[in-house]
Write a protein that binds this ligand. Structure first.
Ligand SMILES: [Cu+2]
Length: 188
């Protein structure tokens, strides 16, 4: 009722995802990809943080935190841990400038013997700047899993205090800048 600035278009909606909500994934997962109804808005900077967080039901996080944006699609490269239920939480900036976010779950049931990543106890932040970075290419080669694991572990030890501090800052900012759904003026 206080629509003093009429937006030119409606905010975008998530129209498809891989994995799909409620799906059971039976092959090793390498990427989570979300496709929206229109091109998303990349302004950069800390007020427009694109986030895809993937966590298991023990609260451990997977992936680098880096989000790749291509027009209407965001994705993140990752490897998962033990079989179970995983939650995807995402936040993007709609083409009309509004932050939108949601979450969904899928089940992970890979073949026996599939390598399980340990996961992280805190949500990963790509590069520590909340910026969009291209996805890691090394995560796609199965033969490189061991070295990726070691590099990840080393990076965690070195950077965990930095990540915690940055993640805390980003969470505070994200909460402050994300409008509550009941305040959203769109009728669609
Ligand atoms: Cu909107």
């Amino acid at each position: 009722m206080l629509a003093t600035t009429a937006p030119a278009s409606a905010h975008d909606a998530l129209i498809s995802s891989d994995p799909r909500p409620g799906a059971t994934i039976t092959t090793p997962l390498e990427r989570v990809e979300l496709t929206f109804s229109n091109a998303l808005l990349e302004l950069g900077g800390i007020d427009n943080v694109f986030v895809i967080q993937v966590s298991d039901d023990a609260g451990r996080f997977y992936g680098s935190g880096c989000v790749d944006l291509s027009n209407d699609t965001v994705s993140t490269a990752l490897m998962l841990g033990e079989p179970g239920t995983y939650t995807v939480r995402w936040q993007v900036t709609s083409g009309d400038g509004h932050p939108i976010s949601d979450s969904y779950t899928f089940a992970y049931a890979p073949p026996l013997g599939t390598k399980a990543i340990a996961g992280q106890t805190t949500a990963p932040v790509c590069g520590g700047e909340g910026s969009l970075k291209p996805p890691s290419t090394e995560a796609t080669a199965t033969s490189a899993e061991a070295s990726v694991d070691q590099g990840l572990a080393t990076g965690l030890i070195v950077g965990v205090s930095v990540l915690v501090a940055i993640a805390g800052t980003l969470l505070v900012i994200a909460r402050r800048t994300t409008p509550r759904k009941r305040d959203h003026v769109h009728s669609d």
